[in-house]
Design a protein around this ligand. Sequence first.
Ligand SMILES: Cc1cc2nc3c(=O)[nH]c(=O)nc-3n(C[C@H](O)[C@H](O)[C@H](O)COP(=O)(O)O)c2cc1C
Length: 208
Amino acid sequence: MQIKNFKRESIIPLPVTFISTLSPDGVRNVAPYSCLMPILRPFDLICVATAGVMRDTFDNMKAKEEFVISLPGMDLAGSVMPTAKFVPPEVNEYELAGLDEKSSQKIETPGVDGCYAWMECKLHKIIADEYDNFPYALVMGKVVHLEVRDDIYNVEDGSWDVEKAQPLMMTESNQGMHFCTVKDMDWFEPYGAMFPNGKDPLAGMYED
Ligand SMILES: Cc1cc2nc3c(=O)[nH]c(=O)nc-3n(C[C@H](O)[C@H](O)[C@H](O)COP(=O)(O)O)c2cc1C
């Protein structure tokens, strides 16, 4: 079946994240963001796609040059829509959504407590443009501190327990968003399997 070209994001399961920012006056802002991706495996860069208007998050990212991406599990699904509603920039969205702050290690902006992982980011680059007269931006952050909940992470091999973390994700339909999570297939392939010599050229990066 052929469907409309613009619906490309509705058939990709997307992560639901909370991006927290601080306004220049110190107001705490939290908003859900799903259009984000890590930029290639060796890098510590992450890219977020944002509307260029009506986003306090984007204004704060530009002004403070830092932000935190917190990754919630299914248990925080109820806090997504309260943070997605349009509210004036002077509203503390932690209070609005009943979320608690998690202090950050390397930046001033706090993350969201109760998530399963946190990426503290400093602004790396903004690519701002318009498409069909609509302003948007790709915001690249450099991860300066990455933290994951101890009880879901295996320090031996760097794997994590998706069944326990229950990462919050979503798909879309014509009327809105359908929240879902991840199921482990119990199928593993080493990075080395992609290379002719069977060795991962980036293997050294994972050593302490
Ligand atoms: C699950 C979900 C994912 C979203 N993802 C994005 C996104 O990737 N980019 C974006 O610009 N807006 C996204 N939004 C919309 C913003 O969260 C929403 O406009 C919010 O009010 C922005 O808040 P702010 O003004 O405090 O930045 C998403 C909303 C939801 C519910």
